[in-house]
Design a protein around this ligand. Structure first.
Ligand code: ADP
Ligand code: MG
Length: 509
């Protein structure tokens, strides 16, 4: 145990420089965990969870969230990836490796005797300058510019499992977002990726409960229920202690009467389609079919919420709760098949347009990884449609910003200048890592990138320096804004900590 460490009561404590360098070390380890996945030549990780389930992924946030990181600083690093994922979806690896690099640069300054508060303030002014320049360098995009939007979607999928089919998938993404910003992704294994389609409306991977229910309902009145249409277990248990056959018969009659009563109540609301989050009893299904109602059971909660948003239906939590004014509507609800798989389609929803991408891939692992890539692409295209601003990728924007921050450093002096220069160097972590992952000579490539006169000098995987814009490697400004913001935020937060007090773990037995 070092001089700066001591045991304080039941808590373990670590202070000062020792705490700081341990924290930076932990943050760098988290950065190292994902850096090899960055970019088109990024590698995949094979994750195995406690139950032996495997995931093959290239997605930064998935790797971090699935890895059981327990160090508190490590967890702070993971949280920036999660934040980035929640806000935009893409750019999670960039945010994490930039934070790690800022801390690694800070470490050098700390060793030279620069105080953490000076580093933090230098990083902050450099960051403000970075954001300002980012807006200045951005190109404006028109919402109808399908060409650029498609390029954005493709850039998001480069280097992922979706790479070889990104042309097809990017069209699906752009088409889906043309009409609405609410896009659902439904993944289903068992067909090649090219079989993926985009549908206007909500699609559920479900079939109607009973063969005698209508396959299609037009001008549908939709009831959403998060309670089962069956008699509860407890009621069975209470009543099933019967001794004679007549008692059993009586019990069944009672049960049928109760279910019939529920069905009557449903019919009374005027519903023609029922989606239940829980089960629907077979007897109830029979009577609902007789009433001409199309029913779907065991609908996921998230799907029920999506249907509520799309059709305007209010979710009813009990049979007593059902009212006609809670019903939603859609022009058509229909069970039909695509490539021999049955789905239920809700089209012409009254409240909000929703588009669904039905994603196909041959295996479960592949379809899950493709979904992550497509979700990133959706986030990126949506971000462009919202902010209408893009920049050249492949490390081009980071290189330009690095240069701009270096120039800015000249206007400052002393320790602040040192910290601003460190920030500029840290921004180069993106092109440097892209070059590293492509197996290029990093020093040489970075030197040519710095000297390049191209507007968007990017790191190519074959030719060293490429024109990112010409190559169609285009990214939303929003993703970069957030990635820089969260990286600086967490790096500064970690630099401010000089004391780590860990309470004694409470035994789990
Ligand atoms: P993140 O989680 O940060 O989005 P990715 O693994 O998706 O990480 O990599 C994104 C980086 O890859 C961006 O800097 C992007 O510009 C770059 N990139 C994307 N396509 C290409 C390409 N064809 N050539 C070089 N770099 C690319
Ligand atoms: Mg990405």
């Amino acid at each position: 145990m070092g001089r700066d460490q001591e045991i304080t009561g039941t808590a373990q404590r670590e202070q000062g420089r020792n705490a700081q360098s341990n924290n930076i070390y932990a943050a760098k380890l988290v950065g190292d965990l994902v850096r090899t996945t960055l970019g088109p030549k990024g590698m995949d990780k094979l994750l195995v969870d406690a139950a032996g389930e495997i995931t093959v992924t290239n997605d930064g946030v998935t790797i971090l969230e699935e890895t059981a990181i327990t160090h508190p600083i490590g967890r702070m690093m993971v949280s920036i990836a999660s934040m980035q994922e929640k806000e935009v979806g893409d750019g999670t690896t960039t945010a994490v490796i930039l934070a790690a690099e800022l801390l690694s640069e800070a470490q050098k300054l700390l060793e030279q005797g620069v105080h953490p508060t000076q580093i933090i303030s230098g990083f902050q002014s450099a960051h403000i300058h970075t954001q300002q320049k980012l807006r200045e360098y951005a190109h404006t995009v028109d919402a109808n510019d399908a060409h650029t939007l498609t390029r954005v979607a493709q850039t998001a999928m480069t280097g992922k499992a979706a790479d070889t089919t990104k042309q097809h998938l990017s069209l699906l993404v752009v088409n889906a977002l043309k009409k609405t910003s609410v896009v659902q992704v439904l993944e289903k294994q068992g067909a090649p990726i090219e079989a993926s389609v985009c549908i206007q409306g909500v699609v559920l991977d479900k079939q109607r409960v009973h063969a005698r229910m209508p396959k299609q309902v037009t001008d549908a009145k939709i009831l959403l229920l998060d309670t089962p249409i069956e008699l509860r277990e407890s009621e069975y248990n209470a009543k099933v202690s019967v001794q004679s056959p007549t008692q059993i018969e009586e019990f069944l009659r009672l049960e049928e009467a109760m279910l019939q009563d529920v069905v009557k109540k449903i019919v009374r609301t005027g519903a023609t389609v029922v989606c239940a989050q829980k089960g629907i009893d077979d007897v109830a299904a029979y009577h609902l079919a007789k009433a001409g109602i199309l029913c779907i059971r065991r609908v996921k909660k998230s799907d029920l919420e999506l249907l509520s948003k799309a059709t305007g239906a209010q979710i009813s939590s009990s049979v007593e709760d059902m009212q006609s004014e809670h019903l939603g509507s859609a022009k058509s609800v229909e069970e039909r098949s695509i490539q021999d798989e049955e789905y239920v389609f809700f089209e012409g929803c009254a409240h909000e347009e929703v588009a669904t991408i039905v994603l196909r891939a041959n295996t479960k692992h592949l379809v899950e990884e493709i979904k992550r890539a497509v979700t990133d692409a959706i986030g990126d295209v949506r971000a462009v449609l919202e902010k209408r601003a893009v920049v050249g990728g492949a490390g081009a924007i980071e290189q330009r910003l690095s240069r701009a921050v270096l120039d800015f450093a000249q206007t400052r002096s002393g320790k602040e200048q040192l910290a601003i220069r460190a920030f500029a160097r840290a921004l180069e972590v993106v092109p440097r890592t892209l070059a590293e992952n492509a197996g290029l000579d990093t020093l040489e490539v970075l030197a040519s990138q710095r000297a390049s006169s191209l507007q968007w000098p990017g790191i190519g995987v074959d030719t060293h320096i490429i024109d990112s814009w010409q190559e169609g490697i285009i990214e939303p400004v929003r993703v970069k804004q957030l990635a820089f913001e969260s990286a600086v935020h967490v790096a500064n937060m970690i630099l401010r900590i000089d004391d780590v007090i860990v309470s004694q773990q409470i035994s789990e037995e």
